[in-house]
Structures are given as structure tokens and as C-alpha cells.
Write a protein that binds this ligand. Sequence first.
Ligand SMILES: [Zn+2]
Length: 350
Amino acid sequence: MKISLVLVLSLITLVANAETIKSFSVSKSNSKISEIATSFEIVENREKDFIVYVLDSKTDKFNRMAPLAKLISEDINKELKNKSQKIQGYHSFEEVQSIAKELEQSFPTLAKIEHYGTSKNGLPLFALKITKDAKKSNKVKKSMLTSATHGDELITVEVLLSLSRMLLESYGKDDRLTRIVDESETYFIFVVNPEGFTRRSRYAGGIDPNRQYPWPGNPNRSTPVKSIDSLMKFYKEKDFKGSIDFHAYGKMVMFPWGYTRDLINSSDHEHFNLLTKDMAKENRYKSGPISRVIYVAKGSSADFYYEHNGGSAIAVELGNRKVPHHTKIAAVVEQAREMTWKFLDSIVAL
Ligand SMILES: [Zn+2]
């Protein structure tokens, strides 16, 4: 039986001080991992090992199953407390939701929240739609900007919060941004993976969400992630013509393919190559296909979006840290600003 974080947290509350939970690292070469997974919670799937939570009273049972496992933490309760502590300059999931509501209330004709499901642990999945007459469905091109697919890349969320506010506050004052709002619909999804974001983890239930999208030749995945499935459904329903999935870090602006070093068809390649070069002009990010700029990655969002409808599927790696010091947040927003407006200009021009 898999113990969810909620259950673990309520166990922590219930048995407070009575029973602690330890965490262990289990090597990927351990052949009993599926057996272990039926009795214990695998919380992280890392490159070379799995991180497993073990109730103190079950330690003997666990040690019999995985005698070579390495103890990482004697008491994850302490660790979780540290992780849930507020980081200066960064917003919690509750605060992200309140900011979205506040923007919707301050700009009732330009902004509207749309829900598109819930994560596996019941947290809301939502987008802030920004366009002229947001309550209506306009016959204009739609695009989607997403952050926190990897829940520990906190800077991505702050960047989208700032950009959405800038877009709204510039309406009627800045010709270029006014045109973007008038002539397209932009959907800001601040937290793609709330399950990971609320615990500052890359993963959703132990699975890397950005390796779970279908790619050419692999239409069915063995381990679906609810928040990603809901997002893919949302993408198809809206028929987005473009998307930027923001990650951190590396200073890169990229396009498909990720799953292979082969290039996409030459006219699309030419278009995306020019677009990403232009996007990288001011911030001097590296640009090019994902598999060549970074590495071959199977199951990432951009490949799915591009394969689905040929949309301008961009993946960005922001800045040089996942959680830069709060005094550096504005500089990363600045790196993303012109790049994002250029991308939205390109959607309007389609
Ligand atoms: Zn990432």
C-alpha cells in the first residue's frame, strides 16, 4: 500500500513524538524495489536511487527487504518542517492562488481563472487567462505559459507571477502589450505540479513529470501523472498554438525534439530556430533543439505539444539556480521579460 504525503503528514500529527519516520536511499540495482514499493512509500525517483520513507516500527521489516539501503534521515518530520518553512521572497501555493484571485478581481475584464482539474493529492490545477474580454471565448490565437512542472524550480513561479501582473498593468499604456492582450489569449499556469511544488520536490508521487509526456513512437505511458494528464487534456481542448514551459536552470531557450537528436521538419526547424535566436538576443541564452542544447530527454512537454498540433513548443531553462537569493529574483524576471513578449508577439503574428 502506498502511503500518501497527506497520510504521512497526518500520521506525523497523530503519532506526534510517538513514532518517527526515517528516510532511506535504495539503489536502483535493488531487484526488490517493486516489492518494497508495495509496503513503503517511494517519495523520490532519483538518477541512481530511490528515496523511501519508513515508519520507525517498520524499520526491521524494511531492513530485511533492503539490507543494503542507506539511512538518509533519522526523522523526516524535522526535514519536512524545514522544507515547509517560508523562503524569503518566494510564494507558497496558497499565496499563488490568492495572487491569481487578486489579479482576477483587479482586472475583471482582462483576467479570468480557469480550473482544469485537481492533482493526485487534491490540489487545484488552474490557469489565469489574460485577454480582452476574458469572460468570453475570443476567436484569437491561444498560447500557454507554464512553470513549476518541476516543483523545486521555485524561480519559475515568481517569473510568471511577475510577467502576468506586468501584462495586465500595461494594458492601455504600452502599445505592444496592449496588442498582445487584444489579439491573443495567454494562459498562465503558475504551478503545473502542485504535488511537487508544495513539498519542494522535482517529482509528482516519485515520478519525474517532465518525462511522462507521450513522444513520437511512444503514445502510451506506463505511469500516468494526474496533473500532467489534466494539462495535456487542457492543451488539446484549447488547441494552443504555442507554449513556453519554464524550468530552472541553465540559460537556454529550446524547441523540439528532445527525445532524439534528429531534427524536426526543415520549415518548422527554420521557424523555431529564428524565433528562439531572437528570443535569446537580449538575455544571450543558448538556443536550439532540446536534444542538442541540453541532452536527449524522452517524454518532455515540448515534444508532446509540438507533435500534437505543430505548435510553437518552447522550453526555457531560466537563470543559474532553481531558487536564487530573493535579491536576484528581479534579475531573472528581467531575463525572461523581453523573451516572453517576443514569443507572444509571434503568436499574435501567426
Ligand atoms: Zn525542470
